[in-house]
Design a protein around this ligand. Structure first.
Ligand SMILES: Cc1cc2nc3c(=O)[nH]c(=O)nc-3n(C[C@H](O)[C@H](O)[C@H](O)COP(=O)(O)OP(=O)(O)OC[C@H]3O[C@@H](n4cnc5c(N)ncnc54)[C@H](O)[C@@H]3O)c2cc1C
Length: 435
């Protein structure tokens, strides 16, 4: 956080400035632009979608509370259109495969149609704060540092980075500062799924083979949390396999190590599949993700801190802007095999029964002490347990769309002045789900 400085050249100015174009930032920008506000979206990579595209995360978490799809609005619209283009059906009860290339272009089209001004290759790196308001951002461009001015700001970086730059307090990881381990996802081709399905009829799957090898001491990695190789088309799949244990993603040295280590892990799994899994004899690793799969970093200090107790009691809030029905999913920070085995047990134990979900209050996106900033997505104000539920993509779109509309309603004022009844009624109009 720095004091006001007018020395840098002005790159752009807008009513609403969104940092980061992942699920939360994209939804925020789209929701606001569709309501006629001037929106500027700053993204460090060259694509929209964040981990869903540049991160090659293979699937959207299930979206149904058992009775109906609960992540209505922008997420539902994107998911339906992506599935139509993938020639697959929308299945709210299961994990929905993401085709990153189809999704990238869909988001480009939606952004263009809504009139969002997007600037790619822009890294937000400082915030000017005066009287508890962000006045401008400093951004790294290919022509050096420049300023971006705005009336309202939305932190869609997933890391709460803009909030941190603006001087907002935050929590980080567990009581020892350890975070869930990251994963580098990847794209594979040349898979014979017919052969793979035949083997599965006899109980032989990638997972069963991997765990047999672990038992026999022949697995290539001591990994006890086997996530998925998800089919994306008739012969391709995207992986969410292995963890970079102990990876520190907010430190440049640590981040660099994660990318290099991640690529080694992906290659190890390619070898495992080719040598051991029926149908994968000719599998080819096409590409590992350009963006590291970071599960957890900062959680901001907000006006309301969501907790596991809210999760447990399936809380309702007067100012809720959407609901979530994903279980607790804290990936292990350590190489301890017992810790790793626990992850899926907790996931199972905390799964929701039919019709259950909990509310997400607007206040969880409002950082303390800042008047023109909202933080949707995985960095909102929460304890670790509920963050591990809220961090999946569908609820990130839900908090994002609410942040975009709220930023517009706030105008030049404090985001606390937003009438949440009005916000909720607009959200309802665009399809948001409430109890
Ligand atoms: C390995 C892995 C597997 C997962 N599996 C699933 C799954 O199966 N299903 C599911 O629903 N969810 C899954 N998740 C969770 C989900 O992908 C993320 O939590 C979610 O994408 C968070 O959304 P976000 O918008 O907050 O952040 P992100 O998706 O991380 O997007 C942040 C965006 O901000 C940009 N950005 C960051 N810093 C800056 C900066 N300084 N300047 C400009 N731009 C910046 C980034 O480039 C990125 O585009 C998984 C996560 C990981 C890591």
């Amino acid at each position: 956080m720095i004091a006001k400085c007018n020395q840098l050249p002005l790159l752009a100015e807008s009513d609403i400035v969104v940092a980061g174009g992942g699920p939360s930032g994209f939804a925020a920008a789209l929701a606001a632009a569709r309501r006629g506000y001037r929106v500027l979206l700053l993204e460090q990579t060259g694509v929209l979608g964040g981990l869903a595209t540049a991160g090659v995360v293979p699937m959207f978490a299930p979206t149904s509370d058992g009775d109906r799809m609960i992540y209505g609005g922008i997420f539902a619209e994107i998911n339906e259109e992506m599935c139509r283009r993938m020639h697959t059906r929308v299945d709210p009860h299961n994990w929905q495969a993401i085709h990153p290339e189809i999704l990238k272009r869909l988001l480009d089209e939606m952004a263009e149609e809504a009139g969002i001004r997007i600037l790619f290759g822009i890294k937000v790196c400082e915030a000017e704060v005066e009287n508890d308001r962000i006045q401008a951002l400093w951004v790294a461009t290919s022509m050096g540092l420049k300023r971006v001015e705005g009336r309202q700001f939305i932190d869609g970086t997933g890391d709460g980075l803009l909030a941190m730059l603006a001087g907002v307090n935050f929590e980080y990881g567990d009581e020892n500062g350890k975070t869930m381990s990251p994963t580098l996802c990847a794209h594979f081709a040349n898979i014979d799924y017919r052969k793979n399905a035949e083997a599965a009829k006899n109980g032989v799957t990638d997972r069963s083979i991997w765990f047999d090898m672990l038992k026999a001491g022949t697995a290539p990695l001591p990994e006890y949390h086997f996530v998925c190789m998800k089919p994306i088309s008739a012969t391709t799949a995207n992986s969410n396999l292995g963890h970079i244990y102990g990876g520190d993603t907010l430190d440049e040295e640590g981040l660099t190590r994660c990318y290099i280590e991640g690529r080694k892990i992906v290659h190890t799994f390619e070898k495992f599949y080719r040598e051991h899994v029926p149908g994968f004899e000719n599998v080819e690793l096409i590409s590992s993700a350009a963006l590291l799969g970071v599960r957890e970093t900062r959680r901001i200090d907000g006006e309301y801190r969501m907790t596991f107790e809210d999760f447990r009691r399936r809380a309702d809030f007067e100012d809720e802007i959407g609901r979530c029905c994903y279980p607790v999913d804290i990936h292990s920070a350590s190489t301890d095999s017992e810790e790793q085995k626990k992850v899926e047990q907790v996931l199972e134990k905390t799964s929701f029964k039919h019709g259950e979900s909990y509310g997400i209050p607007y206040r969880a996106m409002i950082p303390k002490k800042r008047k023109n900033l909202l933080v949707p997505g995985r960095a909102l104000s929460s304890d670790r347990a509920i963050q591990s539920s809220l961090r999946v993509m569908p609820p990130c779109f839900v908090t994002g769309q609410a942040a975009g509309i709220a930023a517009g309603l706030a105008g030049d004022g404090d985001v606390r002045s937003v009438n949440t009844d009005e916000l909720r009624s607009i959200l309802r109009e665009i399809g948001a789900f409430f109890h």
